[in-house]
Write a protein that binds this ligand. Structure first.
Ligand code: GLC
Length: 418
C-alpha cells in the first residue's frame, strides 16, 4: 500500500468515525411553553461541547393532550428519527413499551432524586423515563393591586371569587378597563383536568378515581366546586378563558391585566423578567381551599426524558438523558426557567434560592401535591382524563349542570374501567 493510499484510507475512516460515533445529531421532541426553546439550547450547550454531538429540538404543540396524540403515532410507527421524548409525569404506564429501560444505567443517579418521582416513572420495575423537573401550581397575586384596594390574599375559592370581583370592579371604575380578576386554564385539554382536580379535591370531593380504583367523582362536593367555577367565565375571567391554556393565562397576567392567576412555577421567572409588566409586583401562595376545608390541593405535574427504542443514536441519546437528569443541567434549568428540580440537594442551593426563591418555597407544595389518577387507570388514563375534562368543560361553558355532567361521567368511567 502506498503511503498516500494509507493516509487517505485512515483519513476517511476517521471521518466516518467522527460522523457516526463521535458527531451524532440527537433529535429531542418536547413541548415548548415560555422560553423553552431558548432555555433548552443553554441547558444542552455544555453537553454538546463535551461530547461533540449536537442536539436538535423539535418543538411540539403546547397542549400536553396534543403532544401525547402525536407521540403515540410516532411511537406506534417505530419512528427512528426521534431519539428522545420529553414526557409528562402521567404518561409512563401508557408509553412504557416504547422506551429503553434506564434502571441500571441511571441507578446511581436516581439516588439523588426524590424517590416518589422516580417511582412515578417506574412501571413494573422498568425505569421508563428520567426526571427533568417536577411541577406544582401556585396562586399568583398582584401585591400592588391588593394593597391599593385594601384586599387580602384569599384562602378559599369563595374568597378568591369575591376579591377578584371587588378589585376588578374598582380598577375598572378607575379607568383600567382591560383588567380581569382571575385567569386560569379552561380549554378542554389536560390542563383543565389539573385545574378542576384542584377545585374538587380541595373541596373534599376526592380525586376522580381514587388510588384503589374507586370512581368517586359523582358527589355533591365535586358538583358544588364545578358550579362555583362555572360562575367565573364572563364574570371574573374573560369568556375566552374557556379556550385558555397556560400560555394564554400568562399572556394576560404578564401584561398586567389580571389580579390573580393559577399557573405552574415556570411563570414565576418569566413574570420577573425585564420585559414583564408585573416584574416585582406579584407574590405566590398555595391555591385556595373550598369553604369549610383546610387543605389546599395542587396537582402534581412534571416532565421527564425517555429514550426511544427505535432511535438511530441510542448510546448518545442515553448519555444526553443522563446529563439532562443530572445536577448540572437541573441547576441551569432551575436558574433560567424557574422549573422545580427533582434532585433533593438543589433545594439547598444558594444560587437557586437567590435567583428563584419560589423553588425552595415550593418543596413542600410539590411533595404534598395530588397525583392525577394515572397510576390506578394505567393505559386508560388518557381516556379517563379526556372524559373528565370534557365533562368539566361542558359545565364551565354553561352547557350542563354539574350534577348531570358528573352522573354521566360516572357512567362513562364505569364503562371504560370496569
Ligand atoms: C404542566 C405539568 C404537566 C401537565 C400540564 C397540563 O406542564 O407539568 O404535568 O400535564 O401542565 O397542561
Amino acid at each position: 500500500m502506498t503511503s498516500f493510499f494509507k493516509t487517505t484510507v485512515a483519513a476517511s475512516a476517521m471521518a466516518l468515525v467522527a460522523s457516526s460515533a463521535f458527531a451524532a445529531e440527537i433529535t429531542y421532541v418536547s413541548g415548548a411553553v415560555g422560553n423553552a426553546v431558548e432555555d433548552f439550547k443553554k441547558i444542552v450547550a455544555p453537553w454538546e461541547a463535551k461530547t461533540g454531538h449536537t442536539v436538535k429540538l423539535v418543538p411540539m404543540p403546547a397542549s400536553t393532550t396534543d403532544q401525547f396524540g402525536q407521540y403515540r403515532l410516532w411511537l406506534a410507527a417505530g419512528n427512528g428519527d426521534i431519539d428522545l421524548y420529553q414526557t409528562d409525569v402521567i404518561w409512563a404506564p401508557q408509553l412504557a413499551d416504547h422506551f429503553v429501560d434506564m434502571s441500571e444505567k441511571a441507578g446511581e443517579l436516581m439516588k439523588e432524586h426524590f424517590p416518589s418521582i422516580v417511582e412515578s416513572q417506574t412501571v413494573d420495575g422498568k425505569l421508563v423515563a428520567l426526571p427533568l423537573f417536577t411541577d406544582a401550581p401556585a396562586l399568583y397575586y398582584r401585591k400592588d393591586l391588593l394593597e391599593k384596594h385594601g384586599a387580602s390574599v384569599p384562602t378559599t375559592w369563595e374568597e378568591l371569587t369575591a376579591t377578584a370581583k371587588a378589585v376588578q370592579d374598582a380598577e375598572r371604575a378607575a379607568g383600567n378597563n382591560d383588567i380581569w380578576g382571575f385567569v386560569w386554564q379552561g380549554n378542554a385539554y389536560e390542563g383543565l383536568t389539573c385545574d378542576a382536580l384542584e377545585w374538587v379535591k380541595s373541596s373534599g370531593g376526592g380525586q376522580i378515581v381514587e388510588p384503589d380504583g374507586t370512581i368517586s367523582i359523582n358527589n355533591e362536593k365535586a358538583a358544588a366546586a364545578l358550579e362555583l367555577a362555572a360562575t367565573w367565565p364572563g364574570n371574573i375571567s374573560p369568556e375566552g378563558v374557556l379556550a385558555y391554556q397556560e400560555e394564554e393565562a400568562r399572556g394576560v397576567w404578564q401584561t398586567g391585566n389580571a389580579v390573580f392567576m393559577r399557573n405552574w412555577p415556570y411563570a414565576y421567572g418569566l413574570g420577573n423578567s425585564d420585559d414583564s409588566a408585573v416584574k416585582g409586583l406579584f407574590g405566590v401562595t398555595t391555591l385556595p381551599t373550598g369553604q369549610g376545608h383546610d387543605t389546599s390541593a395542587a396537582t402534581l405535574g412534571g416532565w421527564n426524558v425517555a429514550v426511544s427504542k427505535y432511535g438511530d443514536n441510542q448510546d448518545a441519546a442515553i448519555d444526553l438523558a443522563l446529563y439532562l437528569a443530572g445536577a448540572e443541567a437541573q441547576k441551569t434549568r432551575s436558574l433560567i426557567a424557574s422549573n422545580l428540580p427533582t434532585i433533593v440537594s438543589l433545594y439547598e442551593d444558594a444560587d437557586i434560592a437567590r435567583e428563584q426563591p419560589i423553588i425552595p418555597q415550593w418543596k413542600d407544595v410539590f411533595l404534598q401535591a395530588v397525583p392525577r389518577p394515572s397510576a390506578p387507570t394505567r393505559e386508560k388514563y388518557n381516556e379517563v382524563s379526556t372524559l373528565f375534562f370534557s365533562a368539566v368543560h361542558s359545565v364551565i361553558s354553561g352547557n350542563a349542570a354539574a350534577k348531570d355532567a358528573l352522573a354521566n361521567l360516572e357512567d362513562d368511567l364505569d364503562d371504560l374501567l370496569n
